[in-house]
Design a protein around this ligand. Sequence first.
Ligand code: PEP
Ligand code: MG
Length: 326
Amino acid sequence: RQEVYRELRKKPSTTRDGVQVDLLMNAGLAVDLPQLAESGAAGIGLFRTELQFMVASTFPRAEAQEKLYRDVLEAARGKPVTFRTIDIGGDKVLPYFKGAIQEENPALGWRAIRLTLDRPGLLRTQIRALLKASGGRELKLMLPMVTELGEIAQAREIIDREVRHLSRFAHHLPTSLKLGAMLEVPSLLFQLDELMKAVDFVSVGSNDLFQFVMAVDRGNTQLANRFDTLSAPFLRVLKQIADAGVRNHTPVTLCGELAGKPISAMALIGLGFRSISMSPASIGPVKAMLTELPLDELEAFFDDNLMAPAQGLPMRALLQAFADDR
Ligand code: PEP
Ligand code: MG
């Protein structure tokens, strides 16, 4: 298998009928970087910057942050990298963060963009490190757990301020800055067009989005097999997101676990996703599926089944049958 996957790296990342789909990888630490060449990923679709904070015993200094981001960009050798601002709080506790509070529902609590907007010093330091590390290159930055568009505007103000600050001191700035939002909270589903217009790109965090759409704790093993990520309602949600991206000319990607299993990656591509980000080990198996996929047939399958699954069967069973037939 490994040999097959290695051979596949040289093949174009297209469906059997020639539609390009970018397969990106998720990463978070310097040790992940060799995987970029190894897996043949087209870039890093999600760099989880909080991992550096989680393995440290105090807040990483600005210099250490800048160095990591620079190393990542060097290792990427011009392939695109999307950095996510720190997604801490909730279950990702930093023992040294004295401001942490006890919460009854941490997943719904003071975390991610909510926390960093309340502690703007943290965000400013990180953004400054990212801007400096990206001098002369494009910087792609995304915000986790966005609930309201106002949060994007607030973050943008902080970013603009840092850009002004650095240019005043004649720092080498990024050639362009693309700001994206993660779509993880269902409130955004009811303002998809506004969201698409407010950002340069959107990345679906399907782990959290599924957790919040289905009201099911993503870490609760008791519930792990009860609800299906390929159920019709969730697939319809994903289709609406992909459609809104096309309608607004806003690039949409998906970077949750869903992208890493061939059957669900197939579903995503059929629903309209043209960029997905996964763990590096999944790139080979997903690319093997991609190059065999007759996308025109899969789109016709969804036209027939998404709103009215054949014989009332579960979508997963129908998708599996589609895959087996081909
Ligand atoms: C997600 O929620 O799908 C995601 C990619 O972010 P994380 O798994 O880090 O919460
Ligand atoms: Mg998430």
